[in-house]
Design a protein around this ligand. Structure first.
Ligand SMILES: CC(C)(COP(=O)(O)OP(=O)(O)OC[C@H]1O[C@@H](n2cnc3c(N)ncnc32)[C@H](O)[C@@H]1OP(=O)(O)O)[C@@H](O)C(=O)NCCC(=O)NCCSC(=O)C[C@@](O)(CC(=O)O)C(=O)O
Ligand SMILES: [Mg+2]
Length: 275
């Protein structure tokens, strides 16, 4: 049922899960359903991601064969522990793309980091492939590995910082963990506020009710948009007058401030203004 309606909620992308949300005896059925869904016209105008099973399980390679042939945009590799995991994925991707006539390199990759060793290797993982669009932290397996549990975020403090810095050092996106209690809106929004301020590009979501909440939290306020426009205008005027630094209401406007203003305007174009 979810396969036939997911696109109506207007997420930034849709992720089909073949890994831990699928029972062992349903793995083949789920793969076949996703194979057909990916080729359906309703999924042609939205970015599609498939979380395959790890390649060291009997399901990983059949998943990859199916989803690449069906034209998936991004493969999410769960439980990525080392850059070698990505090299192995890349070798298979290249072989399958050649075999099915897809442009080599056109299948993009997102690596999910779900263990202490994955966090330690985050920089090497993030820099391991040109196909990587981003790395994602996955909290539930990670806290198990750390012998702790999900709480107020203290348990993710180091991992979030490490994954975020690795992504930035590699010039790719960083995605935060899923929030599992879909009825706890206040808790979700507290976490979103934190990860937005830290610098994450977004978050993996598990329920359509979380989509507008996230988009709204990332949208700048009208005041921020108005200020960003004034910064850009002041910078343009400064440039016309040959000045590297100008002031707006007594505050210095230089390159980082101008870049920030551009980011605010890009976010407003993508998500509108916060309500
Ligand atoms: C949470 C809940 C059961 C709540 O059910 P509820 O029934 O209360 O939801 P309602 O809000 O009432 O649904 C209203 C309408 O939306 C439809 N609808 C709901 N969810 C939808 C959806 N996801 N996509 C499209 N449509 C959807 C629904 O069909 C209904 O449609 P309709 O009947 O037509 O009105 C449900 O959402 C759900 O199953 N979510 C997906 C769970 C999932 O993906 N788990 C795997 C990823 S995490 C993981 O593995 C851990 C991790 O690995 C993470 C990592 O790797 O990052 C780690 O280690 O941390
Ligand atoms: Mg997991």
């Amino acid at each position: 049922a979810m396969l036939s309606t997911a696109f109506i909620y207007r997420p930034d992308s849709i992720m089909f899960d073949l890994e831990d949300a699928v029972a062992l005896r349903e793995k083949d059925t789920a793969r076949l359903l996703v194979f057909h869904a990916l080729q359906h016209p309703m999924y042609q105008d939205i970015e599609t991601v498939v979380r395959i099973n790890p390649l060291n399980t009997p399901f990983g390679l059949p998943d990859l064969e199916a989803v690449v042939r069906a034209g998936v945009d991004v493969v999410r590799l769960p439980k990525t522990d080392t850059p070698e995991d990505i090299y192995e994925l890349e070798r298979h991707l290249e072989r399958i793309e050649l075999a099915c006539g897809r442009e080599v390199g056109s299948t993009r990759v997102m690596a999910a980091i779900e263990s202490a060793i994955g966090v330690i290797n985050a920089v090497a993982i993030a820099r391991s492939s040109q196909r990587l669009i981003g790395i994602a932290l996955a909290a539930f397996d990670y806290v198990m590995d750390m012998q702790t549990e999900r709480g107020d975020g203290t348990e993710l403090f180091y991992a979030r910082c490490a994954v975020l810095h690795a992504a930035r050092a590699a010039g790719i996106d960083a995605f935060d963990v899923v929030w599992s209690d879909v009825n706890d809106e206040a808790g979700f929004l507290r976490e979103v506020d934190l990860i937005r301020k830290m610098g994450f590009n977004g978050k993996s979501l598990i329920n359509p009710r979380q989509i507008d909440l996230l988009h709204n939290a990332y949208a700048p306020t009208q005041q921020e948009v108005d200020h960003a426009k004034r910064v850009i205008e002041a910078a343009e005027e400064g440039e016309r007058n040959g000045l590297g630094v100008v002031s707006l209401n007594g505050k210095m406007i230089d390159a980082p401030i101008i870049n920030h203003a551009q980011m605010v305007l890009e976010r407003a174009a993508a998500s509108g203004v916060r309500h």
